[in-house]
Ligand binder design. Structure first.
Ligand code: ZN
Length: 197
């Protein structure tokens, strides 16, 4: 591994490696958090770091606190049957409530929404236990990445170090080799294979 080559238009980014650099083993973590093939126990730090990278897979539903103090959260796979309608329809439903959502959502997505995968998260103090309920996913993680960007990636794109930059510059910096030698691979590992301007 050589030293990353810094080009002039990205001056200042050298102090923000973490924005461009994925957390360790991100690809494996994302796969694990998509599959949940067996119960996973995460620390809060691990959960906070990696779970936002699968926000395009899991959709929060509800939570309650058990008598023993354990918080139970229920999440649905985003490919649930009830979401099998165009986002424009949803936009119309939200018309007066959320004008912004309506404007930004126009693509028809989630066809074939037949996945019956559910996620249960038990939280006690610093321990997060994730387990799958229902069926395994009927799609892969790559498919979900095509449909929706994850929140962690979105936040990285929106971070303040980018504020003065053009979208093309940001994408080029994230996916190119001008700043991070393996930028394209890192972006793919982070779920940004299909990121567009
Ligand atoms: Zn699924």
């Amino acid at each position: 591994m050589g030293k990353p080559r810094v080009v002039s238009q990205f001056e200042g980014l050298e102090h923000h490696h973490q924005i461009l650099q994925n957390p360790p083993d991100l690809k494996q973590w994302r796969q694990r958090l998509h599959d949940v093939a067996e119960p996973l126990r995460l620390t809060k730090a691990e959960f906070d770091t990696y779970f936002p990278y699968v926000s395009n897979v899991w959709s929060y539903q509800k939570k309650y606190i058990r008598k023993d103090g354990v918080e139970i959260q229920h999440w649905n796979c985003r490919m649930q049957p009830q979401t099998n309608k165009s986002i424009k329809d949803i936009g119309n439903i939200l018309k007066d409530k959320d004008e912004k959502a309506k404007k930004t959502r126009s693509k028809k997505i989630r066809d074939g929404g037949t996945c019956k995968s559910f996620l249960r998260i038990e939280i006690l103090l610093d321990s997060y236990t994730l387990s799958l309920t229902g069926d395994p996913h009927k799609h892969d993680l790559d498919y979900m990445d095509q449909i929706k960007r994850n929140n962690a990636l979105r936040l990285r794109c929106e971070h303040e170090i980018w504020r003065q930059r053009q979208p093309a510059e940001i994408l080029a910096a994230l996916q190119g080799s001008t700043y991070m030698q393996d930028g394209r691979k890192q972006l793919t590992d982070a779920g940004g294979e299909y990121l567009k301007l």
